[in-house]
Design a protein around this ligand. Sequence first.
Ligand code: HPA
Length: 270
Amino acid sequence: MYDKVIASKEYIENILNIKPRVGIILGSGLGDLVHVIEDKQYINYSEIPHFPQSTVKGHAGRLVAGRIKGVDVLCMEGRFHFYEGYTMKEVTYPVYVFKMLGIKNIIVTNACGGINTDFEPGTLMIIKDFINLMGTNPLVGPNDERFGPRFPDMSEPYNLKFIQLAKEVADAHHIAYKEGVYAGFMGPYYETAAEIVMIKRHGADAVGMSTVPETIVANYLGMEVLGISCITNMATGIQEMKHSHERVVEMAKKASVNLCTWVENLIGAM
Ligand code: HPA
């Protein structure tokens, strides 16, 4: 895998006019952030050696590079989900490439369901910790010490300094936010009501089908992570309505206005 990651990295590096410092992974319906990137360069996943390909609706499947507030960024427009059938290594492959490109800081966003009843659809939540309910994780298997340690620490999966900075930037721009624990399920079905009751008791504030694998690998690689969730609906049993992917994407698009302002100014302050 190491040689493949290097080959992907070299391909990207040869195209880019910038040296990205911050990596961004955009969740479903949260793609508007790319509009604030200046001097954009696009690289389709399909052209990058060894890069997996994107399939889910609402995801374009390309890297967008450029500058936000003078900071060189590299953004994944479209991520890989475990439920699509990718292996955990494929899901997290881009994070390895980001690291090899010299990126130290990564912002991960997602659309998810709200469990905490202080939340409502449209709430933006700073992720303070995760619960991995995906049944596996990307570090299972032989370890390559060139990437990271066999037994990585996971006591601060979301960087406390970034969380503090995110709060300050949100306050300065009058952006409302909450904080909470994100539980990652494998999906692709929306959870049962009983599953939501179970994880609520265990401290989960929100539930989704992504973000956890990328967070684990970023920490393993020694990167610092900021996670922001957009609550697009209340979780099963908390809202009466049945779930629909269309509504999830629609709500994410609405919330993405504030999310963009937030992330744009955060990057400027990083
Ligand atoms: N559950 C899991 N993933 C989700 C949800 C949800 O309720 N909403 C958006 N993504």
